[in-house]
Design a binder for this molecule. Structure first.
Ligand code: TYM
Length: 355
């Protein structure tokens, strides 16, 4: 049974990369699989506690973005992570499954911790274990994300595989396993957790900064000109595209010609993702043209696609009660899936059941 899980951190400055690399790609999945979308507020405190009011605002804002982008609360489960206790509980168990060496290899920790690793929170280090718990508390099979989450999803698979192996006898004895879908002589016949498939595809898996085509577009970039925020109005969007860094050459007519032209590659990728085209299609239309012609076209497209969504986000943010109701209902539906899974996990591990 296929089940999708994904999430976004409520850390402010939700941007075009989050939309094109993740949220927009979730929308069609709602009609193909069971879908669960989380606002990961427990993750949002790992790099320092935001001001509590800011965190509450950002949690509602990400929810509003999901809804405005077309995530439908009647098709998908939409909730915030801290409302479902099972995430934190399974994360603790996974803290004891994952190895220090595995986490030491995580590039995102190295980037986020910066020079002073001694001063990073333990939560930032254990962050990927919580992410594995998010996914596996639902035994989710598919996770649609941007390219920067790839290493975390490999770790999620490693954790699932180690748990399945270490507890193979217990899983079998309790009759809680399912047949291993990828049997091999080294792996058990019965497994409890699936090995989740990452879904990282399309022209927008890694949207880059508008100021520097070698840096990822990110919520934390100090320059607001580096990203298009989902709260930007039409004027801001046009201005940022106009000011986006480019090289002086015309656009090539083949994608090969985008190599070593990171800024051009990025803008063509953004156009392709917004228009639902491939990069080659875009170059078929604009190859040979200058940025002075391409940028206004990109700007019009971005405004046309994003404005209705940002308007709807603003409308939703004016109705806090509606957002909170969506989250409350979602938390109940999420709990109904995660609770029995954690009950199984407690038995598999050997915790006493007294009630
Ligand atoms: P976060 O909040 O940093 O980003 C949310 C989603 O946006 C994608 N993304 C991008 N895609 C393309 N180009 C970019 N420049 C760009 N920047 C961000 C991310 O890949 C992500 O899909 N750890 C996750 C949140 C998380 C999660 C999970 C995801 C927690 N638990 C379980 C999936 C499943 C994160 O920090 O995403």
């Amino acid at each position: 049974h296929n089940r999708v899980f994904s999430g976004v951190q409520p850390t402010g400055n939700l941007h075009l990369g989050n939309y094109l690399g993740a949220v927009s790609r979730w929308v069609p999945l709602q009609d193909q699989m069971e879908t669960i979308f989380c606002v990961v507020d427990l993750h949002a405190i790992t790099a320092g506690f935001p001001d509590p009011a800011t965190l509450r605002h950002a949690t509602r804002e990400v929810t509003a973005a999901y809804l405005a982008a077309g995530i439908d609360a009647s098709k998908s489960i939409i909730f915030n992570q801290s409302q479902v206790r099972e995430h934190a509980e399974l994360a603790w168990i996974f803290n004891c499954v994952a190895r220090m060496g595995w986490l030491n290899r995580m590039t995102q920790f190295k980037e986020k911790a910066g020079k002073n690793k001694e001063n990073a929170s333990v939560g930032l280090f254990a962050y990927p274990n919580l992410m594995a718990a998010d996914i596996l508390a639902y035994r989710a099979t598919h996770v649609p994300v941007g390219d920067d989450q790839k290493q975390h999803l490999e770790l999620t698979r490693d954790i699932a595989a180690k748990f399945n192996n270490d507890f193979a006898a217990s899983i079998k004895e309790l009759g809680l396993g399912v047949p291993n879908p990828t049997p091999s002589p080294e792996t058990p016949e019965q497994v409890y957790f699936p090995l989740t498939e990452p879904m990282i595809a399309g022209p927008a898996t890694r949207i880059m900064s508008l100021r520097d085509g070698t840096k990822k577009m990110s919520k934390s970039d100090p320059s607001d000109l580096s990203r298009i925020n989902l709260t930007d109005d039409a004027d801001a969007i046009s201005k940022k595209i106009k000011k986006a860094k480019t090289d002086p050459d015309a656009l090539p007519s083949e994608t090969d010609g985008l190599k070593d032209r990171p800024e051009a590659d990025n803008l063509v990728g953004i156009y392709a993702a917004l228009a639902g085209m491939t990069k080659q299609d875009v170059l078929g239309e604009y190859g040979g043209q200058q940025f002075s012609a391409f940028k206004p076209a990109l700007s019009d497209l971005a405004v046309a696609k994003l404005s209705p969504m940002t308007d709807e986000m603003r409308r939703l943010m004016g109705d806090q009660a509606e957002i909170d109701k969506v989250l409350k209902d979602g938390a109940e539906r999420a709990s109904a899936i995660a609770e029995p899974i954690l009950k199984d996990v407690r038995r598999i591990v050997g915790f006493l059941e007294l009630r």
